[in-house]
Design a protein around this ligand. Sequence first.
Ligand code: ZN
Length: 489
Amino acid sequence: MQRLTALVVATALLGGAGLSAQQPTAIQRASTLLGAGAVKTLQFTGAGQVFSVGQNYTSSDPWPAVPVKNYTAAMNFDTGSMRVELLRTMGPVMPRGGGAPFTGEQRQIQVVSGNYAWNVAAAPAGGAAPAAQPQPGAQSERMLALWATPQGFVKAAMANNATTRGSDVTFTVGGKYRMVGTINGKGEVEKVQTWIDQSIVGDMLVETTYSGYKDFGGVTFPSRIVQKQDGFPSLDLTIASVTANPAVDVTVPDNVRNAPPPPAVTVAVEKLGDGAYYLTGGTHHSLAIEMRDHIVVVDVPNSEARASAVLAKAKELIPNKPIRYLVTSHHHWDHLGGIRTAMDEGATIVTHESNKAFLERVARTPHTLGPDRLAASKKAVKIQTVGDKGQLTDGTRTIELYRLQGYEHTTDMLIVYLPKEKILGEPDAFTPPAQAGTPLIPPAVIYAKALYANVQRLKLDVQTITPFHGNRKSDVAELARAAGTTATN
Ligand SMILES: [Zn+2]
């Protein structure tokens, strides 16, 4: 009731202002200052940090930062295209938290044009230009990033019948995505909010703030850009140069335009022992374990599509038993992508105690942009927490869970040990190289060392390692070698 009253008062004040003055609207002020009518294409270059969203050290920490030596964005507002090139750098040690390990410099090129999004890999020295990789799932986020730039926002506001209340300008793009911007008295776009679909946290706020506006050789643009996703910085740039109306011709590559729809999710099965299955076939793997009167699944990664396929395969392999527990190895978003599907399945989520509050939020967060099974069923979440160790047992079979210690990738990693089969399930700590004998890169060696130290500390008798990434199983001897030491047990 109080909110409604406030809205009525605000509307009345706005109406009054409109009657008494010929002030330009916020959009008109911004359009004049930013030259939105004359700027058809724009390029800006800067440096700063990008952050690995969904890869924080704990589920309440900020995203880990990665230095970006050069960030160049070139956009064509008339064709709805934007090309972003980043040069990221990394020393021998990754920042605390996750993200794909690399060392040295890594160039990434991310493009959107109309309904198409793709990446371009760095060209190998002397090799042919690599093919574009279609990224259909990134289209809406990249398109919103184009219309969230200061000039883009003004153009999109004008094209989409924006409503203005004081300094706030609101409209919807693509018939679906709401954008809210704040324009100050000088006509500077100070902040733009958009929301994108994220399988775990739902309608996720992407908030970009612009400050330090100045004249970059004839075009007014902010000298600092800070973007946050789900509350933490995801991009922090200091802008060095801006060019208005350069040539920006983005052509959709044929292999992107003609890309077949993504193949159906497939789950491959390897039987590890009686009632123990290794579920692979994608980028992230899972385990399904048969108990006396129920099933335990470890990890439902990626997305609802992957999670649904994994859960269906577990029930096909182990018929007539419900999936009662879903163990989540850790909170990183790539491994947690299907967690809401498991919640809808009715499984109790077994996780490290540091994730309880986060998963409670995940269970009730709105999913209006990408409605999922849980948004429809609204089932209450059941969470069972584990500290440094835990177990699931039915009297005959026991599944042991241990938190990895001294592990900089994440604080909540639960490794899974099946004492009967002497099997260790783990993600991220050790992914055996596709070809045995290939040395790991330095940051990955640090993680392998931590896993090996924990196996020794816990005196686990491991015969087989089932990694949740990669293309094959491994063992402790290979882990020891990868960690730069020799197995002692
Ligand atoms: Zn991880």
